[in-house]
Design a protein around this ligand. Sequence first.
Ligand code: 4AD
Length: 501
Amino acid sequence: MPKNTYISELKEREGKEVTLAGWLYNSRASGKIQFLILRDGTGLCQCVVEKGNVTDGLFGQLKHLGQESSLTITGTVRADERSVGGYELAVTDAKIISPADGYPITPKSHGIDFLLKHRHLHFRSQQQWCIGKVRHTVVNAIRSFFNDNGFVLIDTPILAATAGEEEQTLFEVDYFGAPLYLTQTGQLHLESAAMSFGKVYCFGPTFRAERSKTRRHLTEFWMVEPEVAFIDLDGLLELAENFVSFIVAQVLQNNKNELVTLEAGITSLEKIKPPFYRLTYTEVVDILTSQRTRDFLNQQLKELQIQKQQLETRISELEKQQAGQIKQWQKDKIAAELIELRTVLTETNTKIENNPKHAELAAGFQWGKDLGGSDETIISQMHDKPVFVTHYPKEAKAFYMKADRDNKKVVLNFDLLAPAGFGEIIGGSMREDDHDLLVARIGEQGLAVENYEWYLDLRKYGSVPHGGFGLGVERTIAWLTAQKHIRQCIPFPRMMDKVYI
Ligand code: 4AD
């Protein structure tokens, strides 16, 4: 069997005859010519079939071939700027491998529920393909960054005996009649490894029984966590900003085309270089309760109202066109645009509704509370680069965070907020390294000290200042690819209210 060519290799084969193998992504015919868009996993290619260049029988078969049929297509490669990918095929032959009829996901738009139910097929869409390629780069960049900077990979257990974060979000597993939990974080085990290897990281799935249906929450998500012995908070921030900047640079280097297709903001990503903004929690509270924030939110409300008006005008224009005498393909095109516009209108309405609530929450924010999703969004929208928020109140944070020795009310921690409203992508801290203070914190948080004996041992035998952080992979991808909901950024999402397939 002659070797097939991948679409990504076409630029090296101009003028040559090649055979592509893939699936029919889309097609249209006009009289004696057909345009078949083939996808093969490496890209899309327009294949031009002219009557007379193939047998009449084949011409007829191709004309009626359904979307997502699998086939091989042979032809000569020619450059064409107008074509997807810049090259097209002048077809001389084709072989249908498996014809498909009635593929459920048509080029028309579908609602998100429908698409999630069909994720096993929706994977083939340009959107999912582009996000998948970016995810691949992000995962690769994560591994490269740590491997190239002297970190040792430690695989921490998925079945954990104790809570690493809040107990309320533990998923319990029946482990031979006794309870165990799906891990919320590899951090505690990683701290033990840091005392052996110095610089370590773990990377895997984590689980949180979050009773939260927001666009930022999954019950199963991927997190990478570095942990470093002999580091301080400044050192951690530096590590985090270099790490995030490296991921962004890798995505810009490898996935420009995907970012363009997804309409992600390439220019804003190009700005993501150290240093990032640094604010303390107390400074953030001052910002949230300031006139500046009130003005910012008022301005945002005005812009949303204008956007709403524009959307409504466009929708009614399209509805009129749809009711007129037009061709079926035009009707389909309008129907697709309407679905999209109505979704954006619903989202805009929700934002308009939420704006005063968020303004009220921000204005009344009391020092001591954890920042809510809307507070993070406001701070993140006010900045064009990621923002570190450090030194949160002790009460609002996990038991393991180290108390600031100069101000015992706060801990030496940070969250990193991605810009443009995407919100928190990293949470991290210095760890309490004093045995007795840690015992006290465990008690204060109502946790059973005996469950943490082994963890406390790390403070008995050569305790050192150490810290680390966790970066949420899906939230990072959502920011880079400008996806509103992180469920688009994991192949098969698990959410509180729904697991589709
Ligand atoms: O801030 P978190 O809870 O931090 C930890 O788990 C620490 N133990 C990490 C460490 O210091 N080693 O979570 C870290 C990140 C968040 O910033 C967010 O990006 C992501 O994990 N994350 C979630 N992503 C999706 N769905 C959820 N339910 C998430 N919860 C946290």
